[in-house]
Design a protein around this ligand. Structure first.
Ligand SMILES: C[S@@+](CC[C@H](N)C(=O)[O-])C[C@H]1O[C@@H](n2cnc3c(N)ncnc32)[C@H](O)[C@@H]1O
Ligand code: SF4
Length: 338
């Protein structure tokens, strides 16, 4: 069977893009705003009223990361909804910020791997993105409309709108055959939990051959901790095993060929207020690493994160696929920070 690759993921660089460097990824939380309130959200319910840094500051950070560290890609994970980028008064201001970020990063030769709830991925946005170096991972946890609303708690038209957006996007984003691999720029991410274990087959069928299907298992942080979406260690193990076995990526979007997290082992993060992070999914690591302004260069900040990653990884090799998902060892992470 032809192997599927999502462009700009670690496996893509390993197979086709010249390999993974130490600093391949900058995880950028360029939005604190969200129009959903998902039961599972790893980010919790932060102050959704605004993003501290302006889009110009984010662009400067990307430029420094490109020049000083040679990053290849932004991993736009999202503390909120990623299309609502930077500071602004209206939704349109934030969407304009986003488009500027993409124009600028692409002109620097930096690729983008972006997560989104899909709400703003309308026809205009798809037309803007389809020729850019951007891969999109749209979060859809179920195709059951009632369940979607119960889990995601977004706007009342969100299910209908995301489904229509995905339909147009899948018609526009082509799947390319490159050196014997099928290369995608559109994926669905299904965050598996006790609530949607039985929806996997239907979702896989929905993705078919024109959308890459990625399945992940929970990070038990933020809202997830009190969500009731997973109630025992046995259930967690079952969810994990199913997620890893059904995913077209053979793991999560960041999983490397050696089954490590490429975002952690080959990158670092910057939060919406400029804090330096282990991973964009855990803003609390900003308290360990401080702010971008505390360092002489981004290179210094990255080296410090790198030393912590190497030390933690050596101590807890089983957590390499995702430090954050292995909570028992992750509580020890601060001890590795130099
Ligand atoms: C934090 S969201 C931010 C981007 C965007 N708002 C979205 O929902 O896609 C990024 C990805 O994390 C996933 N996610 C959120 N909470 C999670 C959790 N507790 N465990 C695993 N994945 C989670 C989402 O499904 C989404 O694919
Ligand atoms: S998972 Fe994404 S869409 Fe849902 S609340 Fe969190 S940031 Fe918003």
């Amino acid at each position: 069977m032809i192997e599927k690759l999502l462009a700009f993921t670690p496996k893509y660089y390993e197979r086709l893009g010249g390999g993974l460097e130490d600093a391949t990824y900058l995880g950028l939380n360029e939005s604190d705003r969200c129009n959903y309130n998902c039961l599972k959200c790893v980010q919790g319910v932060p102050d959704r009223t605004g993003t501290e840094l302006s889009i110009d500051s984010f662009i400067e950070i990307v430029e420094s990361a490109r020049l000083q560290l040679g990053i290849k890609a932004l991993f736009v994970a999202g503390k909120g909804e990623t299309f609502l980028a930077g500071r602004g008064e209206t939704e349109e201001d934030l969407l304009d910020n986003y488009r500027r970020l993409i124009e600028c990063t692409n002109s620097m030769g930096v690729h983008v791997l972006q997560f989104t709830n899909g709400y703003y991925l309308d026809k205009n946005m798809v037309d803007f993105l389809k020729d850019k170096d951007v891969s999109l991972v749209v979060s859809v946890d179920t195709l059951d409309e009632g369940k979607y609303h119960a889990l995601k708690r977004g706007p009342s038209n969100s299910f209908e709108r995301v489904m229509a957006n995905l339909q147009y996007a899948r018609e526009q984003f082509s799947v390319d055959n490159v050196e014997g691999y099928s290369v995608y720029k559109l994926a669905v991410n299904m965050a598996l939990s006790g609530a949607n274990l039985h929806d996997v087959d239907e979702m896989k069928e929905y993705c078919g051959d024109d959308v890459m299907f990625i399945c992940n298992y929970p990070i038990k942080m933020g809202c997830f901790s009190s969500s009731g979406l997973c109630n025992s260690d046995e259930e967690y193990e079952r969810i994990k095993n199913i997620a890893l076995s059904v995913s077209d990526n053979g793991g999560m979007s960041g999983t490397t060929l050696e089954r490590k997290c490429g975002f952690i082992h080959n990158g670092f993060g910057v939060d919406s207020n400029g804090n330096i992070l282990l991973c964009a999914y855990d803003p609390s690591t900003g308290q360990l690493f401080g702010n971008v302004n505390d360092y002489r260069s981004l290179d210094d900040a990255f080296r410090r994160v790198r030393r912590a990653v190497v030390a933690h990884s050596a101590m807890f090799p089983d957590s390499r696929i995702c430090f954050l998902r292995d909570l028992d060892s992750y509580v020890e992470f601060p001890k590795s920070v130099p």
